[in-house]
Write a protein that binds this ligand. Structure first.
Ligand SMILES: Nc1ncnc2c1ncn2[C@@H]1O[C@H](COP(=O)(O)OP(=O)(O)OP(=O)(O)O)[C@@H](O)[C@H]1O
Ligand SMILES: [Mg+2]
Length: 388
């Protein structure tokens, strides 16, 4: 145990979930936009608001952290330090939990239980006015809260941002969301959130992802342990989603695989292995969106296809009848099965193509990205979990 030092990984912390690199790749425009929106705070201590929007893994959280870090440095140099309160709304997914987190930011000893929201709001107000600093509240993944109709929290905070005699200092708010927030907010109540305050984060393209992987490899991997090719492969795989988190996770897993094999460097096969592992988590979150009927159809496809490159819809349907019997369901008619197959294709798990065969035109189903056995096992376990 522990007999040998690392051969591949220099610093595993670089791959941690909350690691923020010293410089972000390709996000100058967004950081500049945030700087403009927050100029009133930096210069006059006035409250500001910003909404950061964009798909998964596009650097919203990282950019908010980077920006707040620099803003805090700037403000303290100017002699008017700020206090940043960062809340992840997914981790604390009720209004009361978010509120409690904010109160506990100022008072670690504040009890977890026993206070009503009203009392907590009062406490927060007092804490903010007693803090003697301008405050920046960041509500990360706020869409999750808003989708549960939890508007009130955002509304209450936006009343803070509008000031009032008992607050004394300015309160600024940054909201981060994967979805356009304005669809989720009732605009009349949020006059302070103008569309002009949005900062949009687009998916990363392949060259940007390559840079991001390279930056992380330089920080986290020992010199000479990863070549150009695996870096390109990783960037290429993640570019389908434009997701930097996926790229970094691939690098991390490939590095760990190479490390545990005792390899001298990370090669293409390690990246393939990492992809297979990630695919199973990506697809799991996709698969969970399927209902029971569609899961059964998918299970039939994955059992019928085995080692063949593709199967006809007819043979999938035969297996489907067997699968339904096994799970105590009545198989649906052909047209219904066909719509199930189309729905599953929309998720990107299977592919269909119409081909001419001796017997006429038929639809063939293939499974491009995942071993059929892995998929069948995954669907079986999801079906089991769902029936628990
Ligand atoms: N421009 C970038 N340069 C370097 N690293 C980046 C960049 N953008 C994102 N990353 C890294 O990619 C990972 C994912 O980024 P981040 O968590 O900021 O995404 P996000 O947009 O908040 O995603 P989600 O919507 O899922 O919360 C993090 O490890 C982050 O440090
Ligand atoms: Mg995020």
């Amino acid at each position: 145990m522990f007999e040998r030092g690392s051969r591949i990984i220099r610093d595993p912390k670089v791959f941690d979930y909350d690691y923020v690199p010293p410089k972000l790749i390709g996000r100058d425009e967004q950081l500049k936009a945030m700087e403009l929106l927050f100029r009133p705070l930096a210069e006059y201590g006035r409250s500001c608001t910003a909404v950061l929007m964009g798909p998964v893994g596009t650097g919203k959280t990282a950019a908010a952290k980077c920006f707040c870090r620099e803003l805090a440095e700037h403000c303290s140099k100017e002699g008017s330090p700020i206090e940043v309160v960062f809340v992840n709304c997914r981790a604390r997914n009720s209004e009361a939990a978010v509120l409690l987190h904010m109160v506990q930011h100022f008072d670690r000893g504040f009890p977890d239980r026993g206070f009503s929201p009203d009392q907590m709001w009062r406490a927060l107000r007092q804490q903010i006015s007693g803090e003697g600093k301008d405050i920046v509240i960041v509500l990360d993944e706020v869409d999750i809260l808003l989708k549960k109709n939890s508007m009130d929290l955002v509304y209450q905070i936006s009343r803070f941002t509008e000031g009032g005699p008992d607050i004394g200092r300015s309160v600024s708010l940054v909201m981060i969301s994967q979805e356009p927030l304005f669809d989720l907010l009732d605009e009349a109540s949020f006059s302070s959130f103008r569309r002009a305050n949005s900062v949009v984060f687009d998916k990363y393209d392949m060259p940007e992802l390559r840079e991001i992987v390279l930056q992380r490899a330089n920080a986290g991997i020992l010199p000479g342990r990863i070549g150009e090719e695996p870096i390109d492969m990783i960037a290429d795989s993640a570019s389908e989603y434009g997701d930097a988190r996926m790229a970094i996770e691939l690098l991390d897993r490939a590095a760990n695989m190479a490390e545990s094999e005792g390899a001298d460097e990370i090669d293409a096969e390690h990246v393939r292995g990492a992809k297979a592992m990630i695919y199973s988590t990506v697809s799991e979150s996709k698969l969970k969106t399927l209902d029971r009927s569609r899961m059964l159809a998918l299970l039939a496809v994955s059992r019928a296809i085995r080692k063949q490159p593709s199967i006809s819809i007819t043979s999938a349907e035969k297996t489907y009848a067997v699968v339904c019997e096994e799970y105590g369901e009545t198989p649906r008619k052909h047209t219904q099965f066909w719509t199930y197959i189309q729905d599953i294709e929309k998720l990107g798990v299977i592919k269909t193509a119409v081909v001419n065969e001796a017997s006429g035109r038929t639809t063939r189903i293939s499974l491009p990205g995942v071993p059929s056995k892995v998929l069948a096992e995954k669907v079986e376990s999801l079906l089991e979990k769902a029936s628990e």
